[in-house]
Design a protein around this ligand. Structure first.
Ligand code: ATP
Ligand code: MG
Length: 559
């Protein structure tokens, strides 16, 4: 019962469980009382949907097992980090629905502690200052099949090491001239254990500590210490760190954290079709001006997905559905679309909007007359109520809803054919007008007053129902239709994708008047055309700009 209750705010991590659950459940049967996880982004870019998977997992596990989850900025790398990213990451984690409460930490606030552990290692003869150049270091490292060679600096005295390390810290040596290395085992089959570098010299300004430090710990040294200092019990990371786990454990142990030491667990990174996920590649798209910033609605960033109109619920649902495993796989982007449709179908009210207008004139309808038609706001949700939509002699319908010479199974409008105008009347096409280029510019119909919607008319049936908007009473707006951001690039030897040249199409569209007063961030279903959101950036007082979140239908099938 208690477990069931906790599950509700597990943040998208279902009861199905996975290998991480079994590890945690086993650990909780032993000496551990509470679990403590962390989400540790490096503030060198905006978060993306892959990070969302990690966020849902870490915060979700903490919620599920009554533990805690820290938000920690892994900011031990001075040159690539920026406060812009620190701010955006916090906004995105909150927006996804997770709360670190008072546990916001910076790895850079432990610089003194890493330094002390390094000094302790030197004193115990477990670290040394090395002067091999990067090329020499590579040469000495050996390969997967051959052991490495010991550095000629490996057997310096403790005193000499202490002195040199202190002088490294004081800034006496140029970048790259010396490193501090852990003294482990140059013959280890695991290359990460072959005397790894744990400190490097970098005379650069750090976003929180400024110029206080000119030596910086390496990730493999800092990360286990960050976890240990914060009392993290399960340090969940992606598969590429699997081979680093022995070093992680070595650092934790040598630093003296022996009671409930953090345990590193790896899972497979999320990859998705038709998109790129690494921050480096996303940054390149932004810097090359190929997208409208990190929050371009095509981007897989959390801020891009938010602007596109995705909801936190849909993203959490997606993360739950993809599950967690050790095997790398690429998820069909259609699954995310499925999740947002599923979330919006009861939430988003329906309006009629015509994206590609074709004029329809009802020749026997009184000139100047307006009838208010009552339409349901959301057939999926009876509580959503109804609205009034003005019906007039001249309307717009979707261009694709008329065919001069209808193909088989085309049940929409064509000469001589009758269709229903949603919530209004049956109309029959009598003729149409073309311009000199042969494009249809106007369709003429007659309507049958008997068939008014809601009148109980049962005389005959029609197969097609069209959405429409009054040609005289409507709102004009911009609708941006998106396609996937990236395309496969079969000729590229590295499998790098290329930007989809048709990923954005902007159209001037015509919407029923009830859309007046829509606010930035409001979501609607444009009947038959998909789910749309009022863009938060480009919408002005005078002009609404809509982003299509997702079309209504797709070929994607849920497995
Ligand atoms: P990128 O390669 O996109 O820069 P990263 O791993 O360097 O990603 P970090 O800021 O270091 O990004 O990541 C923070 C956390 O998010 C890490 O624990 C990392 O494992 C996790 N993470 C990053 N990308 C993914 C992904 N595609 N799928 C799942 N987890 C991810
Ligand atoms: Mg990284």
């Amino acid at each position: 019962m208690a477990e069931e209750k906790n599950m509700e705010n597990s943040g998208g991590l279902g009861a199905t469980g996975n290998f991480i659950h079994s590890y945690i459940q086993d650990d909780l049967k032993g000496e551990l009382n509470k679990i403590h996880t962390r989400f540790p982004p490096e503030p060198n870019g905006y978060l993306h949907i892959g990070h969302a998977k990690s966020i849902c997992l870490n915060f979700g596990l903490a919620n599920l097992y009554g533990g805690k989850c820290n938000l920690r900025f892994d900011d031990t790398n001075p040159t690539k980090e920026d406060v812009e990213y620190v701010d955006s990451i916090q906004e995105d984690v909150k927006w996804l629905g997770f709360d670190w409460e008072d546990r916001l930490y910076y790895a850079s606030s432990y610089f003194e502690q890493y330094y002390e552990v390094a000094v302790k290692l030197i004193k115990e003869g477990k670290a040394f200052v090395c002067e091999l150049t990067p090329e020499e270091m590579r040469e000495y490292r050996g390969t997967l099949s051959t052991p490495g060679k010991e550095s000629p600096y490996r057997n310096r005295s403790v005193e000499e090491n202490l002195d040199l390390f202190e002088r490294m810290k004081k800034g006496e040596f140029p970048d790259g001239s010396k490193t501090l290395r852990a003294k482990i085992d140059m013959a280890s089959p695991n290359i990460n254990m072959r005397d790894p570098v744990i400190y490097r010299i970098s005379h650069s300004t750090h976003h929180t500590t400024g110029n206080e430090w000119c030596i910086y710990p390496m990730y493999d040294f800092a990360h286990p210490l960050e976890d240990a200092i914060e009392g993290i019990t399960h340090s969940i990371c992606t598969m590429e760190f699997e081979d680093h786990r022995p070093l992680y454990d070595w650092v934790v142990k040598e630093a003296g954290y022996t009671l409930n030491p953090p345990r590193q667990i790896e899972f497979a990174r999320l990859g998705m079709t038709n998109t790129v996920m690494s921050k480096r590649k996303l940054r390149a798209l932004v810097e090359d001006g190929l997208v409208d910033g990190w929050d371009d609605p095509r981007m897989p960033t959390i801020s891009g997905l938010r602007r596109r109109g995705y909801t936190p619920e849909a993203i959490r649902d997606f993360c739950e559905r993809i599950g967690v495993s050790k095997a790398n796989s690429v998820v069909d982007s259609g699954l995310l679309d499925y999740c947002i449709r599923d979330d919006l179908k009861a939430k988003a009210n329906v309006v009629m909007a015509v994206l590609d207008p074709l004029k329809l004139i009802i020749t026997n309808y009184p000139e100047g007359q307006t009838e208010m038609m009552e339409l349901e706001n959301n057939p999926e949700n009876p509580d959503a109520g109804t609205r009034q939509v003005p019906f007039t002699k001249e309307l717009y319908i979707e261009r694709e809803d008329f065919m001069e010479e209808p193909v088989k199974k085309f049940f929409r409008l064509a000469p001589g054919k009758e269709v229903r105008l949603k919530g209004a009347y049956f109309v029959t096409c009598t003729d149409f007008v073309k311009d000199t280029d042969g494009n249809v510019t106007e369709v003429h119909c007659t309507y049958d007053p008997e068939t008014r919607s809601g009148s109980g008319f049962e005389g005959r049936k029609v197969k097609g129902t069209l959405h429409w908007v009054s040609a005289t009473e409507h709102v004009k707006a911009t609708a941006r239709l998106y396609d996937y951001m990236m395309l496969d690039n079969p000729d590229d030897p590295n499998g790098e994708m290329i930007m989809n040249p048709n990923s954005l199409e902007a159209k001037e569209c015509i919407i029923e008047p009830s859309i007046k007063g829509a606010k930035k961030g409001d979501r609607f279903q444009f009947m038959r055309n998909g789910y749309f959101i009022v863009d938060t950036k480009d919408t002005t007082e005078e002009h609404l700009v809509f982003n299509r979140i997702v079309p209504l239908k797709s070929s994607f099938k849920l497995k």
